[in-house]
Design a protein around this ligand. Structure first.
Ligand code: SF4
Length: 328
């Protein structure tokens, strides 16, 4: 396939990020020869970031299990018997001890996840104290607590929250096969409230849940058409957990995962694209291809909420091997 010069210029989003991506354009990126796609993604990446830097985040489950939602992939849903015990919200001191350890290990952002449909106001008081404590340590603070009202988003902002994570998970069309207890529109509204409160948005999705490529196209096109691109875009590979509805899901091909990362990089050129869940089962070579495709953030630490993640030593070794260093 030859690539015409004007086609080339069109796909390189030099200048301000675009919010008018069409599905046809996103699909055309997915359909490119792999080498061409990687070249474009790496070129866009270099226009916007230092290609040798990776942002390091640590994720802690501050309230595990017992969630009333029915997300098909999630071992924390109370609807599945996935061996996750419902726990209470962690105490402030314990959370801050974890944050200190994360900082000492090189993390610049500390993310706190709670398995709630939405936080109750009294829970929010406790989370706001955690956010203040994390900020006082000199770390960026991120939280993922489910749906938020506008006043709750404002309270988190006042406490100093930098980022709020709320994923779209997949395409609007495939969504109902994954979650029935909240709508796609509910998610978009929470994202609007977070944005309106002045908190940076962390929003991405999960691939390998049995969706088609067209659903991956739809997910990226939706993310890239938000009024402002999410500052952080986590791309997760499904971790199939026994007991959940997706326990027997066949793994997605690694090259297709790398393509998804590359298309996210091109469509959202200034967003930090995070290689999130699923790294534990990914080869070093696939992870290296993801970095080449424009991924520039990872979660550090042995656990991602309740699923395994590569240990810090393994990650340090991989970063060293690839000559990558932590983003300040
Ligand atoms: S993904 Fe979040 S909202 Fe869905 S079941 Fe798990 S903890 Fe609950």
């Amino acid at each position: 396939m030859s690539v015409a010069a004007d086609d080339f210029a069109h796909v390189f989003p030099i200048g301000a990020p675009r919010q008018d991506w069409t599905r046809d354009e996103v699909r055309a990126l997915f359909d490119l020869p792999f080498t061409e796609l990687m070249f474009r993604a790496q070129s866009v990446h270099r226009q916007n970031f230092d290609p040798a830097e990776v942002q390091i985040s640590t994720l802690l489950s501050i309230k595990t299990g017992g969630c009333p939602e029915d997300c098909a992939y999630c071992p924390q849903s109370a609807r599945y018997d996935a061996g996750v015990r419902a726990e209470k919200l962690m105490a402030l001191d314990a959370v801050l001890a974890e944050a200190r350890a994360a900082k000492a290990a090189g993390a610049s952002r500390f993310c706190m996840g709670a398995a709630w449909r939405e936080p109750k106001d009294r829970d929010l008081d406790a989370v706001c104290a955690m956010v203040e404590g994390v900020k006082a340590l000199g770390l960026e603070a991120c939280a993922t607590l489910g749906m938020l009202t506008a006043p709750q988003a404002c309270r988190l902002k006042e406490a100093g929250l930098d980022f709020y994570n709320h994923n779209l998970d997949t395409s609007p069309e495939f969504y109902e096969q994954i979650i029935t207890t909240r709508t796609y529109q509910d998610r978009l509204e929470t994202l609007d409230r977070v944005r309106d409160a002045g908190i940076a948005v962390c929003c991405g999705g999960i691939v390998g849940m049995g969706e088609s490529r067209e659903d991956r196209v739809g997910m990226i096109a939706t993310l890239a058409s938000l009024p402002v691109h999410p500052e952080s875009v986590p791309i997760n590979m499904l971790v199939s957990v026994a007991g959940t509805r997706l326990a027997r899901q066949n793994a997605l091909d690694g090259i297709e995962f790398v393509r998804t990362v590359a298309v996210a990089r091109i469509a959202m050129p200034r967003s930090v694209v995070r290689l999130s869940a699923g790294r534990e089962d990914m080869s070093e070579e696939t992870q290296a291809l993801c970095f080449l495709a424009g991924a520039n953030s990872i979660f550090y630490g042995p656990k991602l909420l309740t699923t395994p993640n590569p240990g810090r030593d393994r990650d340090r070794e991989l970063m060293h091997k690839l000559g990558l260093s932590p983003m300040e």
